[in-house]
Ligand binder design. Structure first.
Ligand SMILES: Nc1nc2c(ncn2[C@@H]2O[C@H](COP(=O)(O)OP(=O)(O)O)[C@@H](O)[C@H]2O)c(=O)[nH]1
Ligand SMILES: [Mg+2]
Length: 277
C-alpha cells in the first residue's frame, strides 16, 4: 500500500482511509462528486468548494438578496457535478408575501425543490430535515448574511457564529470565512461555505444545459442548426420569447453563462483581445 501524501486539492468532504485511530492515513477515497468554481480574480485556476456532496442547498433570503439569475448559476454548478439542488428561501418571517418568491424560484424548473423557512425557528426547519439522512452530505451556498450558519445551528446542536443583520439593508456581517463540516445526530453531514460574492462557473457546459433544459428544447425547434436566434426565420427561441413561454431575463442569463464558458475555453491571448472589443 502506498504512503499517504496529501494532495494539493484535499477538500472539505473528502474521505480519508485510516487503518486505526491515531495511525497514518493510507489514502483518500475516490470522490463521488466535486463542486468546483473558478477561483475569484484568477483566470485559470479552479477551486474545489467541497467533495462528495449529494445535495446543494442554494440559500437565499426573501429580500434584496433574492435573485433568480443567481439561482440558475448555482443550479448549473450543481448539475455539472451531478448534485441535486434544493432552493432554501429564508427570512420568511420578515415578509407577508412568501408565495411570490417561491413561485418565481419554482418557475425555473418544474421538479426543482423549493422550501421556505424561518431559519431561526427549528420547527420551521422540519421541511428540510428529511434531506439530512444518514450518509447524505449537503453543502450550503449563498451570499453572506442569508442564514446558512443559522440553518446549520438549527439542524445541529452546535452553535456556529452567526452575524447580526441590519433589518433596513438586510446585510449580514461576514462571519464564516472558511468551510466547515458538521455531523448531524441522524447521520447526515452539512458543509458550510463562506458567502461567495462572485461565483464564476468552472467548466460547466452540461450543467448549464441541464439548468436550462427548456431553452435547449426551444432551440431544437429552430429551422436551422446554426441558428443565431437573431434574424433567422422559424427560430424556436424567438417564438418562445414572443409567446411568453421563455422570459427575456432567463434567455439573457443563459447567454451570459454560455459566453463565460466560451471565454473560459479560449487561450489567454484571445481572452485579452475579446475584452478590448
Ligand atoms: N428573521 C430571520 N433572521 C434570520 C433568518 N436566517 C438568518 N437570520 C439572521 O440573519 C443573520 C445572518 O445569518 P447567518 O446565519 O450568519 O448568515 P450566513 O452568513 O449565511 O451564515 C443573523 O443575524 C441571523 O439571526 C431567518 O430566517 N429569519
Ligand atoms: Mg455563516
Amino acid at each position: 500500500m502506498g504512503v499517504f501524501s496529501e494532495p494539493k486539492n484535499l477538500a472539505v468532504g473528502d474521505w480519508i482511509l485510516i487503518p486505526n485511530e491515531g495511525e497514518r492515513p493510507l489514502r483518500i477515497l475516490d470522490r463521488e462528486s466535486v463542486l468546483i468554481r473558478k477561483a475569484a480574480g484568477k483566470r485559470t485556476n479552479d477551486q474545489t468548494i467541497a467533495a462528495n456532496v449529494d445535495t446543494l442547498f442554494i440559500v437565499m433570503s426573501c429580500d434584496q438578496d433574492f435573485n433568480v439569475s443567481r439561482i440558475e448559476r448555482y443550479m448549473a454548478l450543481a448539475f455539472e457535478a451531478g448534485i441535486t439542488p434544493v432552493v432554501i428561501l429564508t427570512k420568511v418571517d420578515l415578509i407577508d408575501d412568501t408565495d411570490s418568491f417561491k413561485q418565481e424560484a419554482q418557475a425555473l424548473q418544474k421538479d426543482l425543490r423549493v422550501e421556505c423557512v424561518n431559519a431561526k425557528d427549528k420547527l420551521s426547519l422540519k421541511v428540510i430535515r428529511n434531506c439530512c439522512t444518514e450518509g447524505h452530505t449537503i453543502a450550503l451556498v449563498g451570499s453572506s448574511g442569508v442564514g446558512k450558519s443559522t440553518i446549520i445551528n438549527g439542524l445541529t446542536d452546535a452553535e456556529q457564529l452567526t452575524a447580526e443583520v441590519s433589518v433596513e439593508d438586510g446585510k449580514g456581517q461576514h462571519t464564516t470565512t472558511s468551510r466547515s463540516l458538521h455531523l448531524l445526530n441522524d447521520g447526515g453531514i452539512l458543509i458550510d461555505t463562506p458567502g461567495i460574492r462572485e461565483l464564476q462557473l468552472s467548466d460547466c457546459e452540461t450543467g448549464i444545459e441541464d439548468a436550462f433544459d427548456d431553452v435547449m428544447q426551444f432551440m431544437m425547434q429552430c429551422k436551422f442548426n446554426n441558428c443565431q436566434h437573431e434574424t433567422e426565420i422559424k427560430c424556436g427561441i424567438k417564438a418562445a420569447l414572443e409567446s411568453g413561454e421563455l422570459d427575456q431575463r432567463r434567455w439573457e442569463n443563459f447567454q451570459k453563462l454560455q459566453n463565460e464558458q466560451k471565454l473560459r475555453d479560449k487561450p489567454q491571448y484571445e481572452k485579452g483581445r475579446s475584452r478590448k472589443q
